[in-house]
Design a protein around this ligand. Sequence first.
Ligand SMILES: Nc1ncnc2c1ncn2[C@@H]1O[C@H](COP(=O)(O)OP(=O)(O)OP(=O)(O)O)[C@@H](O)[C@H]1O
Length: 583
Amino acid sequence: MLLPILLFCAGYAVLSLFVTNSYHQLTLVLVPIWAIFGLSWNLLSGMTGLISFGHAAFFGLGAYTVALCFVQYGLTPWLGIPLAGLVGGISGLLIGLPTFRLRGHYFALAMLAYPLALLNIFLWLGHQEVSLPLIRERGWAFLQFTDYRIYIYLALGLLFAAMVAMRLMERSRYGMALTAIKQNEAAAEAVGIDTRRLKLVTIALSGALAGAIGGFHAVILLVVTPEAVFGMLISAQALTVAMFGGVGTVWGPVIGALVLIPLGETLHAQFGAVIPGIQGVVFGTAIIVVILLAPEGIYWKIADLRRRRVAAAPAVEAAPPAPDSLPPVAPRQAPGPDAPAILRVEGLSRSFGGVRAVQDVSFTVRAGEILGLIGPNGAGKTTAFNLLNGFVRPDAGRVLLDGRDVTGLQPNRLCRLGVGRTFQVVRPFARMSVADNVMSGAEVQARDIGEARALTREAITRVGLGARIDDRAGTLSNFDLRLMELARALAGRPRLLLLDETFAGLGAPEVERLLEVIRRVAAEGVTVVIIEHTLHAMVRLVDRFVVLDHGAVLAEGLPAEITGNPKVIEAYLGTKWGARARN
Ligand SMILES: Nc1ncnc2c1ncn2[C@@H]1O[C@H](COP(=O)(O)OP(=O)(O)OP(=O)(O)O)[C@@H](O)[C@H]1O
């Protein structure tokens, strides 16, 4: 895993020995610097999917920390650079705290504001141009060398450390949790990941790396100006090297920097006087080329081409393995009316503007039962689920889990108390294996990565997907993806499992198989609440129904009672059918 990184850095160092032209040597320093800055962007945006257009904020703060501390307090950059990292990390936290309230495009655009604001603040403070003094007599003490190759080796050392750290992180529980956030933030919360805390840690680490490398860059160029460190081109450069090379992989920013930095620098040297800002043109063109030819970056394009070549070989053209045969269902007794309640919902209400999505809903889920929460479209089922699960706070009412009031508790805290959930829309990582997709579900239970793997394997076997555990999720059918989603919820070993329209869009044989899987899970002692708007599969699965209509409980009872209930028939089919049922 680390050998390719070592070989690359060693090769780069050896190559540098033969470069004597100082301009080319500067380019050789800039490549690792921009690769590290790209890695910092990749850590936040590539790993979590939260796109940042404002990474220059950290870079610039780092550059100014080193420059101002050197000029004003005589602090050596050897200490200034770690300090720049600290400043970058703290500013990451300060920026993350308010900005993580936003999502998607809004987050990306809000990030734009920070470097622009900082640019003007530093202009206003009068730091138009801070030059680092040259101290030739004690160069080592102040990180000033006449031989440029020393800078190359230092930058390379930093790049090596950053790449190794990222590689190790990718395979750690932390990396696994970041992957889960990128996949589906709500689902990550539901499997017990404290997404807000994790995102704050990540932006702090990313900011620290960007700050430190901004500080190192200041030492190389010896002059810091607001435009040069907070400017739009700086943020764009971090984003472009990562996107061009490949987002979400340590090699992406390195490939991007290796191609784009020498190209930009050479064109700048040749044509900079005639076409000012030629580097911006190079980066803009690179983005367009990537969008057209390799939307996920060069690294993934090459990986895909290699995979396709291997897959083209006849030996690999095997049919997907047959699904595992599930062990026979253990005999399961539906709990009686006096069974203890695992979940009690009391007078739950929630409105959105004028829409009363859920109004005064009360019901009980008995330990060990399979309860169906049904109702026609718009009846309030999903809102009720989100209220149980902590995604939506109720206007009134309580949710009691084992008698404990858990109303409004964050989903990740509820998950830690044993509540698992699946989502209707499955968003898998197509390139990742089934096991890697499921692994985030084990986060809540596992003490280390080994235990997470064991729980993952167990959960995948429980749903009968064991034969496909190492297959890429992108090769799975819609049904297998549903099973994978179920396995992810089971990997946290929940006591109470909330299933959201698990049968939607499945054919008859698939429904049969899924019924068998859910029955088996219930037979193993897991209490199941399932929402659906169709009745036909549910009547053969659930012990009891709660029917919602217009946000309120319409009826409650055994399947036979509910299917014969004229009010339920009317809610589903209209007054005409309801009247017929009554007659
Ligand atoms: N975030 C929201 N903002 C505004 N209205 C909402 C919101 N969420 C739900 N609603 C409204 O609340 C009502 C209940 O919606 P909900 O999604 O809970 O119903 P449902 O029974 O799950 O429906 P379906 O089977 O179609 O998913 C609907 O009228 C819906 O438009």
